[in-house]
Design a protein around this ligand. Structure first.
Ligand code: ATP
Ligand code: CU1
Ligand code: MG
Length: 761
């Protein structure tokens, strides 16, 4: 349960049952934070979950559950994907919905005749039915079960609230409906008091409407979390593995690393692994958003949850259980959905002060009405209407529901936001720094040239250089070694190997000291590069990277590699610039090569930061931030982790699913730069939704309160408006699902240059 142990703290997620509005979530938060040993607690109203960080050993799960219970709610641990018990949480949620359905059903059945009586009376219709429904005792019989059975939850919740000196929506509903109910009861029991009119229908219809609102809200909330359910549905329940020489179908949780798994046409791949035999194409769209099937051959990685097309193949399991890419993705999305966006804090604060303020306003309303000569009934109804219209329940839902849909939608397109905070931050970026190798380019450099100086043959030089590079993990080294192996050269084992970050390598090969790297490296080591300079400059101007070779202090030649720009990179840069972002390139490579690549993708040469040593990349990002810009950094998340951290938003971009999901704020599962455009678009759209939601949530209250105070709003209309405001906010959030962050933008961006290229225009 306790996951991600950092020093002595751990985190746990609890599902909370029974919260109705923002002040409920605030109360649960407070109850948890007050516990000794709890560091932070954050409660999300859209997911009904609390995320608690606590000092390990200082507090246990039971204590947390008890604290939540004392505050008037129920807490149960949220289980990891694939763990036993993961279903009980959904069951609890569904039970709660069914309970609400029953409460609403009862309220509706009994409220209809009450409402009918009011309508008949207003229309002046007589007759037996009207007479019967108009009878006070009949009305009492109808209204009482609504008040105390369907509406019991409001009393119960109010009790807990008031006990912890709080007031929430339930308090408002309980107060408002009780006022109407008991007033009518008094009028019925003591006709001698001469109280005019009965308002049983007001209390009953109000309770029914609020319950309807809650029910619709719960259903819509369920729809906002669909993304997670879809991701979980990708996990097959069984796998076919080879054990003791024969094929067996076993439950997924028994698959072990190293197992040989058999995949037939049309089947879902059960866990992560590496293909060992057979070949096929695999549809990875569910995880990466990439719609084209990917070819798989021995040696290629396959990912659990993706779908095999025609071929049959076997693979060796490399990651199982909670380690698989799918499990990680689900974890990230779940955490993101349970997290809070900063924009929400405002709503939380507002709603904390709202309810007490509203109770105050309603009392003042009553007093002013009564004292200025209004009758008791009118004063009471105005007060009730104020209590009801002012409920801030929609306010608490405005942000989290939109964040939930936004993060879920992102996941469907292969864009993983680590938290609501990051989803929010992406929309305010002003500058984007793109790493060159592996981000703008494919990151698969290939050897293009071997140039040997006098005294060397090309193959000797390549053999020596590749031997020196053998122990290096740099992609440049990999390219050199791969090429030498293709040529069939026998490499020798280097001694005293040293990797010089940002410069090259140095090693003893066959008794000779070999340097491979930049001009600076050779010069620093006293090896002149004179006769190689011309060729180096020429290669660099063509966008290639030249690595100079010196043996025993003398220049021996060079090898050059070229890396190709990713398809769509230029379109993405154009789109980003159109969106108003400054686009920068950051690289350790030399300035000339960098500028040649920048030109290919349309990055301004003044925005190229080249020859930056790996440890200085973060400083460069910081320098941009110091200019007052909100900076996003895009890299592979492995080599440039410090720069990702230094940026306002760190975006890791991966090819396939071997991405460092943990390393960044945002992970793009698909290697394309267009993903950045989509991520920012999605963020902007989500923020737009949140603003709309906040507007809708507040407009009801702010317009409604004065109307209600003036007596222009009946409590029933106020109740309907309140229910409608919650439902409209949640529905507005679910509408975000229709948004396609990939389509909306790529069209105009792709259209622009193509039109311009047309001859004769
Ligand atoms: N193993 C190596 N062999 C040869 N040259 C190297 C090696 N490592 C680094 N270099 C030289 O140092 C330069 C800078 O390396 P660095 O790793 O900082 O950047 P990069 O990988 O080329 O580019 P980017 O910063 O875009 O990833 C390289 O362009 C290359 O010339
Ligand atoms: Cu409400
Ligand atoms: Mg690099």
């Amino acid at each position: 349960m306790a996951e991600r142990t950092e020093e002595a703290t751990a985190q746990v997620r609890l599902g909370i049952v029974g919260m109705t509005c923002a002040s409920c979530s605030a109360r649960v938060e407070r109850a948890l934070t007050k516990l000794p040993g709890v560091v932070t607690a954050s409660v999300n109203l859209a997911t009904d979950q609390a995320t608690v960080t606590f000092e390990t050993g200082a507090v246990d799960l039971e204590a947390m559950q008890r604290a939540v219970q004392d505050a008037g709610y129920q807490a149960h641990p949220v289980h990891e994907v694939g763990q036993a018990g993961a279903d009980t949480e959904r069951e609890a949620r569904e039970r709660e919905i069914r309970r609400q359905e029953r409460a609403f059903g009862l309220g509706a059945v009994l409220s209809v005749p009450l409402l009918a009586s009011m309508v008949l009376h207003a229309a002046g219709v007589g007759g037996t039915l009207a007479h019967l429904l108009g009878n006070g005792w009949v009305q009492l019989a109808l209204a009482t079960p609504v008040q105390f059975v369907s509406g019991w939850q409001f009393y119960k919740d109010s009790y807990h609230n008031l006990k912890s000196r709080n007031a929430n929506m339930s308090v408002l509903v309980a107060l408002g409906t009780s006022a109407a109910y008991f007033y009518s009861l008094a009028a019925l029991l003591r006709p001698d008091l001469g109280i005019p009119g009965l308002y049983f229908e007001t209390s009953a219809v109000l309770i029914t409407l609020v319950l309807l609102g809650k029910l619709l809200e719960a259903r819509a909330k369920g729809r906002t979390s669909e993304a997670i359910r879809k991701l979980m549905g990708l996990q097959p329940r069984t796998a076919r593995v080879i054990r003791a020489g024969s094929e067996q179908e076993i439950p997924i949780d028994q698959v072990q690393v190293g197992d040989r798994v058999v995949v037939r046409p049309g089947e879902r791949i059960p866990v992560d692994g590496t293909v060992v035999s057979g070949a096929s194409t695999v549809d990875e769209s569910m995880l990466t958003g990439e719609s084209l099937p990917v070819e798989k051959q021995p040696g290629d990685a396959v990912v659990g949850g993706t779908v095999n097309k025609q071929g049959t193949f076997q693979f060796e399991a490399t990651r199982v259980g909670a380690e698989t890419a799918l499990a990680q993705i689900i974890r990230v999305v779940e955490e993101a959905q349970a997290s809070k966006a900063p924009i929400q804090r405002l709503a939380d604060v507002v709603s904390n002060y709202f309810v007490p303020a509203v109770v105050g306003i309603s009392l003042v309303t009553f007093a002013v009405w009564y004292l200025t000569g209004g009758d008791f009934t009118a004063s009471l109804l105005a007060m009730t209407a104020v209590l009801v219209i002012a409920c801030p329940c929609a306010l608490g839902l405005a942000t989290p529901t939109a964040i939930m849909v936004g993060t879920g939608l992102g996941a469907e397109h292969g864009i993983l936001f680590k938290g609501g905070e990051h989803l929010e931050r992406a929309h305010e970026l002003q500058a984007l720094v793109l790493d060159k190798t592996g981000t703008i380019t494919r990151g698969e450099p290939r050897l293009t040239r071997v140039e040997a100086l006098e005294g060397w043959t090309a193959s000797d030089l390549l053999r020596v250089a590749a031997s020196a590079e053998r122990r290096s993990e740099h992609p440049l080294a990999t390219a050199v070694v791969a090429h030498a192996q293709e040529e069939g050269l026998a490499l020798s084992e280097p001694e005293g190997f040293e990797a010089l970050p940002g410069r090259g390598v140095s090693a003893q090969v066959e008794g000779r000291r070999v340097l491979v790297g930049t001009r600076r490296l050779l010069e620093d080591e006293g090896a002149a590069t004179g006769s190689l300079e011309e060729l180096r400059l020429e290669l660099e101007a063509a966008g290639q990277t030249a690595m100079l070779i010196a043996v025993d202090g003398h220049p021996a030649g060079l090898v050059a590699v070229a890396d190709t720009v990713k398809p769509g990179a230029a379109d993405a840069v154009a789109a980003l610039r159109e969106m108003g972002l400054e686009v920068w390139m950051l690289t350790g490579d030399n300035a000339r090569t960098a500028r040649a690549i920048a030109q290919q993708v349309g990055i301004d040469p003044d925005h190229v930061l080249a020859e930056v040593l790996p440890e200085q990349k973060a400083d460069q990002v910081q320098a941009l931030r110091d200019r007052g810009l909100k900076v996003g950094m895009v890299g592979d998340g492995i080599n440039d982790a410090p720069a990702l951290v230094a940026a306002d938003l760190g975006i890791a971009i991966g090819t396939g699913t071997d991405v460092a999901i943990e390393a960044a704020d945002v992970t793009l599962m698909r290697g394309e730069l267009m993903g950045i455009v989509s991520a920012i678009r999605l963020s902007r759209q989500t923020i737009r939704k949140i603003r709309q939601n906040l507007f809708w949530a507040l407009i009801y209250n702010s317009l409604g309160i004065p109307l209600a105070a003036l007596g222009l709003l009946s409590p029933i209309i106020a109740g309907a408006a309140m229910a409608f405001s919650s439902v409209s906010v949640v529905t507005n959030s679910t509408l975000l699902k229709r948004y396609d962050p990939t389509r909306a933008l790529s069209r105009p961006a792709a259209l622009g240059p193509r039109l311009g290229e047309e001859p004769g225009r």
